[in-house]
Design a protein around this ligand. Sequence first.
Ligand code: 13P
Length: 236
Amino acid sequence: MILCANFKANKTRQETQAYMAVVESFVSANEIDEAVIVFPPFTALEHISRNVLIGVQNAYPAQNGAYTGEITLEQLEEFGIKTILIGHSERRHVLGEMQEQIAAKFRFFAEKGFAIIYCVGEPIEIREQGNEALMHYIDAQFEGIDVNYADLIVAYEPVWAIGTGLTPTTDQIVDMHTALRSKTHAPLLYGGSVKVDNARSIMELQNVDGVLVGSASLSANDFCEMIALAAELKQQ
Ligand code: 13P
């Protein structure tokens, strides 16, 4: 299983350090061999290479340059960061990133050999239009994306499930993950209101290879519990 914590714009550098200490010691004390990745805000990026990977939530696709408010490859290299989230719903819908920009970002960081967690997901009004509209929408989010990229992980995060406490039914998750599986061999994560209470039932679904957790990951203890659930599932 792959367990990702997306802090979004939460936690200070100090809080992130304290968090990482808890998660790292949990992972080593319990001999966890699941992949654990934390995406802190820019200000809390760290140069560490222990048992929990640090990734970046976003970056501009350039070596460096005149891109006010962005960070680029140069700043990531300083911290040895080689993992990036691309296409997150908040980048698409809150920050207005268009598919073309997202695809350019994907190409750049793929060329640089980054592990890419590529996010897709539909707003509620699209889901309400039925399966054809839904798949058409998701397909469009793969325009310009190399689904055969070796270091790709795909995350399905329905927009209406993010930060709302709503989750799709297990059938809806399985249907979407089955459709995604027919597109790519990449591991498939589910994201959107994953919590300790539902993590197990989501992770045990067919074609779910892990979870991308937002608000519930902000508690180090809750995130560790989800890691433990993933490890338990494997032993069964
Ligand atoms: P929540 O877990 O807060 O719903 O957020 C999901 C998400 O967007 C993770 O990237």
